[in-house]
Design a protein around this ligand. Structure first.
Ligand code: HGY
Ligand code: MN
Ligand code: MN
Ligand code: MN
Length: 416
């Protein structure tokens, strides 16, 4: 199957997704890592926000940035009611050295889908809104989907405001520099009540659609996932004057734990456990680290198994630390349970997009957070490399256009 029944006229209008993506391809390039580094409220993401505001204004969308830093661009139905909205969109922030499509493809295809609908002479009977959520990756402040968690109340304003980035800047300070007000962030029941459905398009971050031979798919579920910070504490000292016997080397405790993470994950089928970030303190070549912070990402379809895996890792980490005369502590940063999208909505979306296949994802999304509050569904667009969170992430032009037409059909189905 796969999404191929789009009229060539649509594919013409859908071309704007390519020009939109091209126009941001130099924003936030990371020369050192490759790919893109676009932390929330950093200069690159701010430039992307301006790009979005301009593209929305060019389409006469009514745009506002709310107290949680979420941007909402409205295409009103006649009567300009702000209710029962068909919301689409995604995020603009990235992981360090991330790909070009994770997030921005969802935003660009939302704008281009509006172009396709207008090209067809479509007039919505319900407002269509493009949303852009801040800090989906949690790369700066450590909590994934921070914007959508604030919107839904999944995180308290107090906890969010206290989050700090690597330089010690709090989310409150970052928000204030962008004209936000820390005293007003938090659950926005009024806005949630205006959302009739949320439909997020996202580049696929695995090989599902490659194996299915389809350019577009519909999400069935999102793997439960969480992130924890581990800290190994030892005795910092001089690399040259400290004999090997009796060292209390935090780096050794951390390194042995990283290997144990792999071994414990392999004991649980379907589990995914990763340590992708490790920070020795002080981090000198000729210095035995006194402390090593490292972050654990664990995912499994059953939340109870995730908890068991983390508990086993914590116990083993403490044991390995003790062998090295060190101590180890673990702090939970953010956890999301497995999300099963509404099957009826998913089927409807599959039918509305020419029979696109259903498939699960191991990646988290704002749609996974919103699904607990509003009817939500996701479209995936094929990624020929099947690689993501990497410069090798890819989406071919034809598939980006097909995905845009599929999103246009989905929006028309709900806002018709
Ligand atoms: O980590 C994730 O799964 C998502 O890309 N934020
Ligand atoms: Mn994403
Ligand atoms: Mn991502
Ligand atoms: Mn010295």
């Amino acid at each position: 199957t796969g999404y191929s029944n789009s009229a060539s006229a649509d594919l013409g209008a859908a071309r704007t997704v390519l020009s939109l993506m091209r126009s941001i391809e130099d924003i936030g390039r990371d020369r050192a890592r490759g790919g893109y580094s676009r932390p929330v409220y950093g200069s690159a993401e701010l430039e992307l926000r301006s790009w979005f505001l301009e593209a929305a204004a060019q389409r006469d969308l009514d745009v506002e940035t709310d107290r949680n830093g979420i941007m909402w661009a409205w295409w009103y139905a006649p009567g300009k009611q702000r209710r029962d909205a068909v919301v689409t969109g995604s995020h603009l922030d990235s992981v360090p050295g991330g790909g070009a499509y994770d997030g921005p493809l969802g935003v660009a295809s939302s704008l281009a889908a509006i172009d396709v609908l207008r090209d067809r002479g479509f007039v919505p009977s319900r407002p269509i809104v493009v949303a852009v959520f801040p800090e989906e990756e949690g790369s700066r402040f450590g909590v994934a989907c921070l914007g959508s968690r604030l919107l839904t109340g999944a995180i308290s304003p107090e906890r969010a405001l206290a989050l700090r980035d690597g330089e010690g800047v709090t989310f409150a300070q970052a928000l204030t520099t962008q004209g936000g007000r820390g005293d007003r962030i938090g659950a926005d029941r009024d806005m949630l009540a205006r959302i009739g459905i949320f439909l997020e398009l996202h580049v696929e971050q695995g090989r599902g659609l490659i194996d299915l031979g389809a350019p577009v798919g519909v999400a069935s579920s999102i793997l439960g996932h969480g992130r924890w910070r581990l800290s190994a504490h030892g005795q910092g000292n001089h690399a040259g004057t400290t004999l090997m016997a009796g060292r209390q080397d935090a780096m050794v405790a951390a390194a042995r734990t990283v290997v144990a993470v792999r071994e414990i994950a392999l004991e649980h089928s379907g589990a995914r456990a990763t340590v992708g970030r490790l920070q020795p303190i002080p981090g000198g070549t000729n210095v035995i680290a006194s402390r090593v912070d490292f972050w654990l990402d664990v995912r499994h379809a059953e939340d109870a198994v995730t908890a068991v895996i983390v508990e086993k890792i914590h116990a083993e980490a403490r044991r390995l630390a003790a062998e090295e005369g060190c101590t180890m502590d673990l702090v939970e940063e953010s956890v999301s349970g497995t999300v099963h999208f509404d099957a009826t909505l998913g089927l409807e979306l599959s039918v509305a997009t020419g029979g696109s296949p259903m498939l699960p994802t191991g990646a988290g999304h704002d749609a996974g957070v919103l699904a607990s509050e509003v009817p939500t569904a996701m479209l995936f667009v094929r990624n020929p490399t099947g690689i993501s969170h990497s410069p090798e992430e890819l989406c071919e032009d034809d598939d980006a256009r097909l995905g845009t037409v599929a999103l246009a059909d989905a929006l028309a189905h709900h806002a018709g």
